[in-house]
Design a protein. Structure first.
Length: 438
């Protein structure tokens, strides 16, 4: 029902984009007090300030103890400035006893232009007066809430969640396993009547936390455990409160994060992997002509030697420094190094049979800068086998020799300066002669 009173008329036009087309003046009960047994009639008084504005309807809705009312108009680009006061009466139906807040919005062309907040109360017309308390109104998923019935004048009751009956006991408790906003209603019954009251419970999701899958790291190293989720606070099993911690020991580590009053925890198991067992042995010295096999083999291992070879072993026949890196199946790596040297055969202390050392050879000049002469008695130079080796034991065969009967001339002019060893052999007889090339 609308009541219209003419107030004024102005004989000019204004733009509707700047005009105050509608102004909410007041909101009140039509016949106070309102009771829970009868329909509640509510009057909204407002002024319409454009004579050509078209009323498109009113709306209302109840959300708990908040009532939202809308008064809607449409208007073109021109406003005829004529102001009238109007009253819109809305039937809000039967409302449970309680205190209500009314939010009134005046809309023009779908845009809010005027608002007003108002309050009223609904009194119970039933001897049953519903009232209850909640142990909490905001909880986390998995938490429980206890509802205590404080009603008077009732003979029985019903508990409902979003209008679904849950219990008829005096008091009621519930575990909330899903997030959201839930309406808990208590209906109390007396002879020939009933009344109800509603409370809202907000259930929050816990913060998301994952420390990842169980993991490991190699002995002698460390591991950083991180929390990527945003949180109000953090607590680790180590009593640290930072987003990241560094661990160097095996074990189970857990973290708890807190956000908006909710918490979540996760645990990760950390193992320490052993390094590969590796020992190439002590540095050593070999006699010229000897070889040494370095062995680094382990089950499931991979290898990289100093010469970039990838076998599990390496044969050494020259002097030098040799190292290897070994990686086991857990991805852990160990390294070791060995230094191998070579000495002349004459310094090796090898006891040879007499007939193997009886060659009467003399070499001169020594030191030399190129050619040397090898003299001997009772030696067949044509049957004499010669091998030249450097200090590392490497064999050189690119030198020239010429038999002059009394001596054998050997041309070493193409050799680099350094220590060399000439190994001479005739049948079972041998002799090694050190040579210095300058």
């Amino acid at each position: 029902m609308k009541k219209i009173a003419f107030l004024s008329c102005l004989l000019f036009f204004v733009s509707s984009t700047t005009a105050q087309v509608i102004s909410i003046i007041s909101g009140s009960l039509q016949s106070p007090p309102a009771t829970s047994c009868n329909d509640v009639l509510y009057d909204v008084v407002y002024s319409r300030n454009c004579g050509n504005a078209l009323f498109t309807g009113s709306s209302w809705g109840v959300n708990g103890n908040v009532i939202n009312i809308g008064i809607s108009y449409q208007v073109g680009p021109i406003c005829t400035p004529i102001t009238v006061n109007l009253t819109e009466t809305l039937n809000l139906g039967i409302l449970p006893a309680g205190n209500y807040t009314v939010n009134i919005v005046g809309e023009v062309n779908g845009v809010a232009q005027s608002t007003l907040l108002s309050n009223f109360s609904v009194v119970s017309c039933c001897s049953a007066n519903p009232l209850f308390s909640a142990s909490a109104t905001s909880v986390c998923v998995g938490d429980s809430v206890f509802f205590q019935n404080l009603s008077t004048g009732s003979s029985s009751q019903q508990w409902l969640e979003d209008n679904t009956l849950l219990s008829t006991s005096v008091n009621f408790g519930k575990v909330f396993n899903d997030p959201g906003v839930f309406d808990i209603k208590l209906i109390t019954f007396a002879t020939g009547c009933s009344d109800s009251v509603i409370a809202q419970i907000t259930v929050l999701d816990p913060p998301v936390l994952s420390l990842g899958a169980d993991t490991s790291f190699c002995a002698g190293e460390s591991l950083i455990l991180s929390i990527s989720a945003m949180a109000d606070s953090v607590r680790w099993s180590t009593n640290q409160t930072s987003q990241n911690i560094t661990v160097s020991n095996p074990g189970n580590y857990w973290a708890t994060i807190y956000s908006n009053g909710c918490s979540n925890s996760d645990t990760i198991s950390v193992a320490v992997e052993s390094l590969p067992s590796l020992n190439l042995g002590a540095d050593t010295t070999l006699c010229l002509g000897e070889t040494l096999t370095l062995n680094a083999a382990i089950a499931g291992g991979s290898y990289v030697w100093s010469d970039q070879s990838t076998a599990s072993s390496l044969m050494v026949d020259t002097a030098g420094t040799f190292f290897v890196s070994v990686t086991n199946s857990a991805g852990c790596t160990s390294s070791d190094t060995i230094v191998v040297g070579y000495i002349p055969l004459t310094n090796c202390g090898i006891s040879l049979p007499e007939e193997r050392t009886s060659l009467p050879l003399v070499l001169y000049p020594n030191p030399t800068q190129g050619k040397v002469k090898l003299r001997a008695k009772a030696v067949n130079f044509d049957a004499l086998e010669l091998e030249l080796m450097d200090a590392s034991g490497r064999r050189w065969k690119g030198f020239d020799s010429q038999n002059f009967g009394e001596y054998l001339e050997i041309d070493l002019s193409q050799m680099d300066a350094g220590w060399y060893y000439l190994q001479c052999k005739e049948g079972h007889k041998t002799q090694t002669i050190p040579i210095v090339i300058q």
